[in-house]
Design a protein around this ligand. Structure first.
Ligand code: UDX
Length: 441
């Protein structure tokens, strides 16, 4: 998949990637796949042992095969000892987590701890690259942390990550752009070498601009979805159809067709965290980012509106009703439930006294730890639908479209479907005899 689409490299690099979370593991594995020798570091010994056996901690299409292949080829090494890998490293990538602190700020303690360790272990020129999403100005702080322990030569680069879960491997090989934030040509030469095998425009900027590009991209995409969700609300009240409206506005080149799918809103590990963090970054400079407040509010309201519709369906209240919920992941093709609208909705239904029967293709194991004990986990969508008073579609798994909806109609107690992802065709559902409701149409 990779080598045929790449140009030959003049020189492969020795790269250390710190953090085998989502970003670190995908980046490290794919960099090894194009020919670099990559050591992936994590403090979690169990995780490293499992990775050596080809057991990967997340569900991500294509990743497991790449991990196994490159590990066997000797280009991908897993270790818990950052210090051992540093003497050889020409580049060190920081890809550790930046969780939200209570006030919405990105918590940078892991990033700085790694920077200190790099400072202690480095003894030659290398480029230290941050892939974690970090506020503008973090680059300078990382440099300071390294310099506390190391007075030799090194350069810093910011290289934000734009991979989407569920299509991360494909996104790595066909990015819209690679953003490289540097302070000098020496660093950009190393970075351009590292990413030479990957097609796509390389945008070389200052470190600060690169940091801002990441936040602004995620905030803009989240804004686009919240915008279309508000339009969907008005569509419902005026009789317009959001599918037609999204298509119609998306044909305008200046708007574009993507991220205009109305639904119960965005979740995941990035949008919620980064939108809040950008609001904080703005606030810290004395500027109030007004638009983002609305973007967040619209997003949480979408879930509320959806549950209100379900509640309104039952004149006698939701208590004691059985509700089938299809989907738990924050979107399709992932097992990730972080900030998932689906999880939030299930929790609210249980609180309201409903019996909830859930199904997801990948996210059930993760969801078990989050959801109340009384939630019933089902082996397939039909088991979830059986004898339920209503069925909700809350994650956009394409597979839900292909279900035998005639069978589902027969096994549901009442043929009622609320589609929070506009996945199914209203005309087809009505033809089949469902009472069908979706978002903005
Ligand atoms: C996002 C960015 O797209 C990626 O560039 C960045 O690196 C990480 O954050 P990801 O979190 O994997 O990627 O998910 P994405 O595909 O962007 O979807 C985010 C959320 O928006 C999901 O909950 C999805 O269901 C929702 N969404 C997406 C919509 O509701 N409507 C849309 O039109 C698109």
């Amino acid at each position: 998949m990779t080598q045929s689409s790449t140009e030959p490299l003049t020189e492969f690099k020795k790269i250390t990637v710190v953090g085998t979370g989502y970003v670190g593991l995908v980046t490290g594995t794919c960099l090894a796949d194009v020919g670099h020798t990559v050591t992936c570091i994590d403090i979690d010994e169990d995780k490293i042992e499992r990775l050596k056996k080809g057991i990967i901690p997340i569900y991500e299409p294509g990743l497991e095969q790449l991990v196994k292949h490159n590990y066997q080829a000797g280009r991908l090494i897993f270790s818990t000892k950052l210090v051992d890998s540093l003497p050889e490293a020409e580049a060190v990538v920081i890809a550790v987590g930046t969780p939200s602190a209570d006030d919405g700020r990105a918590d940078l303690k892991y990033v700085y701890a790694v920077a200190e360790e790099i400072g202690k272990g480095l003894d030659h020129y290398a480029v230290v690259i941050t892939k974690s999403t970090v506020p503008v100005g973090t680059g300078e702080e990382v440099e300071k942390h390294i310099k506390k322990h190391y007075s030799g030569e090194f350069d810093y680069a910011s290289c934000p990550e734009f991979l989407r879960e569920g299509s991360a491997v494909d996104d790595f090989y066909a990015p819209d752009r690679i953003v490289i934030g540097v302070r000098n040509d020496r660093a950009s030469d190393v970075m351009l070498d590292i990413f030479k095998p990957i097609k796509g425009e390389k945008v070389v900027t200052t470190v600060e601009s690169a940091e801002m590009i990441k936040y602004a991209s995620n905030a803009f995409l989240a804004t686009k979805i919240s915008f279309i969700n508000e339009i969907a609300q008005i569509c419902e009240r005026t009789g317009a159809n959001i599918d037609e409206v999204s298509y119609g506005i998306g044909l305008d080149n200046r708007i574009g067709p993507k991220f205009l799918k109305a639904g119960i809103g965005w979740g995941g590990s990035c949008f919620p965290k980064d939108v809040k963090a950008l609001g904080q970054i703005a606030g810290d400079t004395g500027y109030e980012f007004q638009l983002l407040k609305g973007v967040l509010e619209v997003n949480s309201n979408q879930r509320v509106h959806f549950i209100d519709k379900v509640k309104a369906h039952f004149n006698t209240g939701i208590k004691g009703k059985t509700i089938s919920v299809l989907g738990l992941a924050f979107k399709n093709n992932t097992d990730d439930i972080r900030e998932s609208a689906a999880i939030d909705i299930v929790q609210q239904l249980v609180e309201a006294g409903a019996t909830v029967k859930v199904f997801d293709y990948q996210a059930a194991d993760n969801a078990r730890n989050e959801l109340p004990e009384e939630v019933i986990f089902c082996e397939d969508p039909y088991e979830s639908a059986k004898d339920a008073d209503v069925l909700l579609v809350v994650t956009e798994w394409k597979e839900f479209k292909e279900l035998d909806w005639t069978k589902i109609k027969d096994i549901l107690k009442e043929p009622v479907v609320f589609d929070g992802r506009n996945l199914l065709k209203p005309s087809k559902m009505e033809e089949l005899g469902f009472t069908y409701s979706s978002i903005g149409r």
